[in-house]
Design a binder for this molecule. Structure first.
Ligand code: ZN
Length: 219
């Protein structure tokens, strides 16, 4: 999986995300109405915080909470889950973290590490995603996948409408073309009949010319 750095975290380390997770982040920020401070991104390898273990070896985020209100912190957890990412407020009580933060990992729709995916599955199963495997301590449901964002949904609807219109226009055009062809055929046959009845009155030379023209018309 390729990832890209989208900036630096609060410790000056690169914030790395896969493209799908980068798009997701934009949607998440839109839903929140504010931009959470990222204290740790994904694909950290040896740069990862010790307590993070391998959960930050793929797409994952830690978000600062001390610069947010209680409501905003709850929204960070709730909206992440609504958009298909497991999230918990980690602190001293939950995970032994001295620097409280929202730990967030996407599901199979993005590129979490194996251990992050186990946490995501734990969240789906109503667990807290910690080694002790306690019950989930947030009330918010976790969606399997992010919903399509509004813009994409609108674009899809427009494309469908255009497709339906194009089909209707094509069907109508085909019908009109067939009608016109039929009328042309009728007209041509009548012209030929009229002309044919006149050939007997022509001299040999003119008849030959007319027959050549009628023959040409058949070509
Ligand atoms: Zn984390």
């Amino acid at each position: 999986m390729t990832y890209r750095a989208v900036g630096t975290d609060t410790s000056g380390r690169p914030i790395r995300m896969s493209p799908v997770f980068t798009d997701w982040w934009d949607l998440y920020v839109d839903r929140l109405g504010f931009v959470p401070t990222i204290t740790q991104g994904g694909w950290m390898g040896d740069l990862a915080a010790a307590l993070s273990s391998t959960t930050h070896d793929g797409d994952a985020l830690d978000l600062r909470v001390w610069d947010r209100t209680q409501n905003q912190v709850q929204a960070m957890v709730r909206e992440a889950r609504a958009l298909g990412a497991a999230a918990w407020l980690r602190d001293q009580r939950h995970g032994g973290f001295t620097d409280p933060h929202v730990h967030l990992v996407p599901g199979r729709w993005a590129h979490p590490s194996a251990s992050a995916l186990r946490q995501w599955d734990a969240c789906r199963n109503g667990r807290d995603g910690l080694a002790s495997n306690g019950p989930d301590y947030h009330p918010y449901p976790l969606a399997t996948t992010p919903p399509k964002d509004d813009l994409m949904a609108a674009a899809d609807d427009i494309l469908k409408a255009i497709d339906a219109q194009t089909k209707a226009i094509n069907a109508h055009t085909d019908k009109r073309v067939a009608e016109l062809k039929n009328r042309i055929d009728i007209s041509r046959n009548r012209i030929r009949e009229v002309l044919g009845s006149k050939t007997s009155k022509l001299d040999a030379n003119d008849r030959a010319i007319l027959e050549a023209i009628l023959a040409d018309d058949d070509a």
